[in-house]
Design a protein. Structure first.
Length: 143
């Protein structure tokens, strides 16, 4: 599948995720083994200290990891585990999650992701994540 079709398919799947739509998540790039997901920072995703809520930062990492893994395994995938380290509060206008598959087998991909916050055009690292993405088993059409 060429990158344009891959990106279109990825965007179609993102549009089926109500939470992604609610927070305005945008799939900016998708290529085999690579993903860039962006989220505009609005008041509705901030916590009480004015930072982007850690759950939203975690969401960005998880979804980007899954897209990076799914781009090499196929779109029927789930995250089986991931870990995140927050390195700075996310204060800015936009979150940018960039993920890549560092290993891809037949049914599993290990991916890493850097999450940046953009403030006045400058990107600052706010989190680092790593996760394992697994291919879902084929569905039995008789059930």
């Amino acid at each position: 599948m060429n990158e344009t079709l891959l990106l279109q398919k990825g965007r179609a799947f993102l549009a089926l995720q109500p939470f992604s739509v609610r927070i305005g998540a945008e799939l900016h790039a998708l290529a085999p083994g690579h993903c860039e997901l962006q989220i505009p920072v609005t008041g509705s995703i901030l916590q009480q200290n004015g930072f982007v809520h850690g759950g939203v930062v975690s969401y960005a990492a998880d979804n980007a990891l899954t897209y990076a893994g799914g781009s090499v395994l196929g779109f029927a995938v789930v995250t089986s585990e991931f870990k995140i380290n927050y390195v700075r509060p996310a204060i800015g206008q936009r979150l940018i999650a960039r993920a890549e598959a560092v290993y891809a087998g037949k049914t599993q991909a290990v991916c890493r992701c850097d999450v940046f916050v953009q403030l006045d055009g400058e990107e600052k690292l706010c989190a680092v994540a790593q996760g394992t993405i697994n291919l879902l088993p084929a569905r039995d059409a008789s059930k």
